[in-house]
Design a protein around this ligand. Structure first.
Ligand SMILES: [Zn+2]
Length: 396
């Protein structure tokens, strides 16, 4: 199927040309859930029978004329034509573009359009005969095997290797984006909520540690971490004792002391663990580009904050998240919640104001065993996958 590409409105197309595009994919307002898209086609389209949902006598447009509208979100999606059988780390069997969009909460189509027709329409939008259905598509906001959005990658390179303290925000305004994050990413733990903090004993394993040992280090001893530069005092906490203990990376036989900590007032936390799904938003509305950008950024930050970092390059590798943490603090948040890399079911918190917390209870545990989980690791496959993804952006 060869669909001719046009940029001019359909009304400029001659009768003969129109029947040529008709062999492509004509779609109508009833194909879509989006009010914006329904209105657009109703206004620009020309009466015909819809080839996607089968509605008769509707205002119709060839799908290839809608490409720029889809590009707002499709630009974040990557696909891989050759690696489908190996990607068993993902849950669903169907990795077509229509399914992946739906799993991210981007509801494009109405119930009248079956999955095969959804992918057929997306093929026409991508101006490619079968990529949507046959390639292996990756979620932009969930899943593990994801490429960072280009804006974030540029920022990381800038902060790590070029310019740490004086960033030019012209190309991608991260502070502005973090300033207007949707309330759905805010968590408000009330005063008195229990959090946990743990520290590994180095020697003196039989002594019960004093409270100071479990509190935040004084500023002159505060080492840099993923959300604080050296000298800036913050409090790293977890939502369960088990997670807090796991975060100390203990060895068998080690003694770890745990403190229960409670805040003296309600908190305002930026929750990076909340699903970045875009459910309920109109993917063709004007403000969707920003929502998409935010959702992708939150998903990226959640990955970035949980990424284990080697101690000898920590100075450099923590710089991007330290930078982001300062912007978030400046936007009236008390802290950030992110997933734990050490306990997949647990979450961590960094609190910008340690004095908000008091330790209400403490105890020690001895580590009986440390569970190791592993999966087959194939660097060659990974390299092939990365190269293939980098070569294949979705731009039609
Ligand atoms: Zn239709």
């Amino acid at each position: 199927m060869n669909v001719e590409i046009r940029n001019e409105p359909l009304s400029h197309v001659t009768e003969k040309e129109y029947s040529a595009t008709q062999s492509g994919m004509l779609c109508c307002p009833q194909c879509f859930q989006s009010k914006t898209m329904q209105d657009f086609i109703a206004k620009q389209g020309r009466r015909a029978n819809c080839e996607i949902c089968g509605s008769l006598g509707q205002p119709c447009l060839p799908a290839c004329e809608l490409t720029s509208h889809f590009q707002v979100f499709l630009s974040y999606y990557r696909c891989n034509p050759s690696l489908s059988p190996v990607g068993s780390m993902l849950q669903s069997d169907d990795h077509s573009l229509a399914t992946v969009l739906h799993s991210d909460g981007i509801y494009v189509f109405s119930e009248r359009v079956a999955l095969t027709k959804q992918n057929a329409l997306l093929n026409a939008v991508l101006k490619d005969p079968n990529r949507a259905a046959t390639d292996w598509w990756y979620s932009a906001v969930i899943g593990q095997f994801v490429l960072s959005p280009p804006e974030w990658t540029m920022f990381v390179v800038e902060v790590k290797y070029k310019n740490r303290y004086n960033i030019n925000w012209e190309k991608w305004d991260l502070p502005a984006l973090l300033k207007t994050i949707s309330p759905r990413f805010v968590e408000n733990p009330p005063a008195g909520t229990v959090f946990f903090r743990a520290r590994l004993h180095e020697g003196r394993v039989y002594e019960i540690p004093d409270i100071e040992f479990l509190g935040p280090p004084p500023p002159d001893l505060a080492r840099g971490g993923r959300a604080n530069a050296s000298g800036i005092q913050v409090l790293y906490l977890s939502n369960s004792a088990q997670t807090a203990v796991a975060e100390t990376r203990p060895f068998v036989g080690a003694v770890v002391s745990v403190a229960e900590c409670r805040p003296g007032r309600d908190l305002r936390i930026l929750d990076l663990t909340r699903e970045s799904k875009l459910t309920g938003l109109d993917p063709f509305a004007d403000d969707f580009a920003r929502e998409m950008q935010t959702a992708v950024l939150i998903a990226e930050l959640n990955r970035e904050f949980a990424e284990p970092i080697l101690p000898n390059t920590a100075d450099r590798d923590y710089a991007p998240t330290q930078f982001v943490a300062e912007i978030i603090r400046a936007n009236d948040y008390d802290g950030i919640k992110y997933r734990s890399a050490m306990n997949t079911k647990g979450n961590n918190y960094v609190i910008f104001y340690p004095l908000l917390f008091t330790i209400t209870y403490k105890f020690s545990v001895r580590i009986k065993g440390v569970e190791v989980q592993s999966e087959q690791y194939d660097p060659e496959w990974l390299e092939k996958a990365m190269n293939s993804l980098l070569k294949k952006p979705t731009q039609p």
